[in-house]
Design a protein around this ligand. Structure first.
Ligand code: NAD
Ligand code: ZN
Length: 352
């Protein structure tokens, strides 16, 4: 089969590989739609997970089941399915302990284009099919389903980690697709004001649609000063970080109220330490919590998040700014993600 792969750090290309083998608990999927992710860019061009040779990229997609293992109960050949980017081993102790994304070791629930070939292939393998697949509802298009693999569950996990409550004033740092879904999630959780940090007009427009009320540019000076000005010196109740680097934690702590939470879903690619400003962290006693997490996967979560689209409470279509038709365009879509033209939020490739 054909796949689009990382050949080595900094190098991509099309390769031929054997079709993956289906274990007794697993499924083999033929993709219907695929989407590249900022994480694919980090993987190839920043060497984020270290060297990989001829590893097929991609972890966002949906498809049709072409093979199932003998133990799989709820899925059969021909079913149209959604798949999350994170595919835990649901029998692991970590999953039983409530952290499926760390099944088998820290971050090890992330398997696609990390420990095994990803989804940018004619066929891809899903472990623990009953736990990691969900039936694709007729009312959700394959391109929308791609956003349920990673963008929706990750942005919403930021909201969960920040523990957004009714009436909270929330700051979202970074409004790429993940941050935009954090805005949407905070809005659904009943936030009052949602302050968004971002500069690109296409993202600001989308953020307004998802419920952002105020906008801040990190290019106009320190974020904390701008937030404190907008909130009459009070600061915000909750913060979700979905962009920037290690430097975002300092302004975040400075404009977070005591008792507030930071939910970080951002990948920190550089630096040895995250700086926490001592005084503004209440000299160690400010009850300002920092929670950082990889999103959980799983069928239940996929079904629940899909139900928000089904009833019309969440619309992922504004994320899909660039559409391609045909498997061969996976490469163009990934290059677009790498080059990030100003009018891009997410590219998607439709195969059927
Ligand atoms: P993205 O690059 O499209 O968006 C990030 C945005 O942050 C960009 O628009 C960028 O301009 C902006 N930004 C850069 N510096 C900033 C700063 N100092 N302050 C505020 N904004 C700044 O990426 P994305 O696809 O939205 O993903 C966001 C992050 O989430 C990435 O690091 C990605 O790797 C990570 N991610 C994490 C998970 C998880 O499970 N935790 C899953 C998927 C992606
Ligand atoms: Zn992703």
């Amino acid at each position: 089969m054909k796949g689009f792969a990382m050949l080595e750090i900094g190098k991509t290309g099309w390769i031929e590989k054997e079709k993956p083998e289906c274990g007794v608990n697993d499924a083999i999927i033929k993709p219907l739609a695929l989407s590249p992710c900022t994480s694919d860019v980090h993987t190839v061009w920043e060497g984020a997970i270290g060297e990989r040779h001829n590893m097929i990229l991609g972890h966002e997609g949906c498809g049709v089941v072409v093979e199932v293992g003998s133990n799989v109960k709820d899925f059969k050949v021909g079913d149209r399915v959604m798949v999350a980017a994170i595919t835990p081993d649901w029998n692991s102790l970590e999953a039983q302990g409530g952290y499926p994304m760390h099944s088998g070791g820290m971050l090890a629930g992330w398997k696609f284009s990390n420990f095994k070939d990803g989804v940018f292939a004619e066929y891809f393998h899903v472990n623990d099919a009953d736990g990691n697949l969900a039936h694709l509802p007729d009312t959700i298009s394959p391109e929308e389903a791609c956003m349920l693999s990673d963008m929706v569950p990750t942005g919403f996990h930021g909201v969960e980690l920040a523990d957004v409550q009714f009436g909270d004033t929330v700051l979202v740092i970074g409004i790429g697709p993940v941050g935009l879904m954090a805005v949407a999630g905070a809005n659904l959780r009943g936030a009052s004001r949602i302050l968004a940090v971002g500069t690109r007009p296409v993202c600001i427009e989308a953020a307004k649609g998802y419920g952002a009320t105020d906008f801040i540019s990190y290019k106009d000076g320190p974020i904390d000063e701008q937030v404190l000005k907008l909130t009459n010196g009070k600061g915000v109740d909750k913060i979700i970080i979905a962009g920037g680097g290690v430097e975002t934690f300092e302004p975040a702590i400075k404009c977070l109220k005591p008792g507030g939470n930071i939910g970080n879903v951002n990948y920190l690619g550089e630096g040895v330490y995250v700086n926490i400003p001592r005084e503004e962290w209440g000299v160690g006693m400010g009850h300002k919590q920092i929670n950082g997490g990889l999103m959980p996967g799983g069928r239940l979560r996929l079904q629940k998040l899909a139900s928000l689209i089904e009833v019309g409470k969440l619309d992922v279509k504004p994320l899909l700014t660039h559409k391609f038709k045909g498997f061969e365009h996976v490469e163009d879509a990934l290059m677009l993600m790498k080059d990030k033209p100003r009018d891009l939020i997410k590219p998607v490739v439709i195969l059927e």
